[in-house]
Design a protein around this ligand. Sequence first.
Ligand SMILES: [Zn+2]
Length: 391
Amino acid sequence: MEMSEQPRSRRQTRAAILGHLLQSGGMFRPPLAKAVRLSEASLSRILFDLKAEGLIEEVRRPVPYVGGPSALVSLDGSVAVAAFELTAQRLSVGVGGLSGELHFVERLPLPKRPTVASVGRGFRDALELLQDWTRRRRIRLSQIGVSVPGLGRLSELGNPIIPCDTGLVRGMISETFADVPVEITNSVVAHTTFHRSRTEDYPFAGAHLFVFVGQGVAGTWVDGPVEADALQPVELGHMVFGDGGPRCRCGHHGCVEAYTSLPALADLIGVPEAELQDGAGWVNAIPIPSRVRQELRRRLFRLGLAIGNTLNVKPCPGVAVSGWPSLLAEEDRKAVVDGIDTSLLGGRKHAQVSVAFVPPSTGNDPNAALAFAAWCLACRGGMPAASVEAA
Ligand SMILES: [Zn+2]
């Protein structure tokens, strides 16, 4: 008998189980039953189905508590998902497993000034490589995920970061892989799923705001169970701080993004943006004069103000800040925390908001998009897209 407060559909129960396995990497039956609020008998019946469908596997292991040995439940290593991840420099395509294994990856460079046409051609080429690779190995894909930076409300008028016709892309993918569900998302959502399921000791288990500072500045509200609406992108990067600031890609002046995005940082410290792309090396390698560092901290403070104001609109107990600010020394990062403290109603302590910095996952594309694809598969409970609509 189910112990949940609210009746859940079969799809929702399966999604909860797969979501917990995705985030934990594997669980013994008793704690899994507790986490998804099922009796062990109910869990057992569902696991039987999931195993028969090839979605999970179980290995008997000694357990660290009374009552063992038990079965360690994990996601089946043979399930394959594919993903496309668009970044400022390139389009990556890959195939991976549900637990983060990478089986295949190709990275296609984009022209310096990408257009809808050249990005479309990139997708066509990447799609051919994917089709070729999966055909030769007779691999059946269970889900395809696509990550596009800046995708959101403005996208109908043209993508604000990299020109990309997502309707065209969806059409091309569906033509080639007719039976495989396809989901397209904002890159901040893909990065959120990556960190939640692949970062060891990710700081938040419950509701929080994930902020990513990269090509743009964006956030994701993370809330509740593994459901399609549990991850909501939020465009906090376009909070305007007075007249006369630098011009933003949205057309306004003085947005927090125009001060703190990766292109703005490159401009401030006077190095090509590409040098700031991969890894944390630049933080120690590039000398920053104290005058520039002062300005850097002023900008980080503004980022903090934007985050604090976002939390004023929708209170939330935690903030994970990822992207380049998380690579800085604590004295510099403190400016972000101070900004949050300054704008948050009652201050950070009173509002009981904890702030954590999470190293960015940039440079390892398409891993974020693959994590998103795995998350989508969990979301629909591993069921075919058509039966999810009916469930
Ligand atoms: Zn803007």
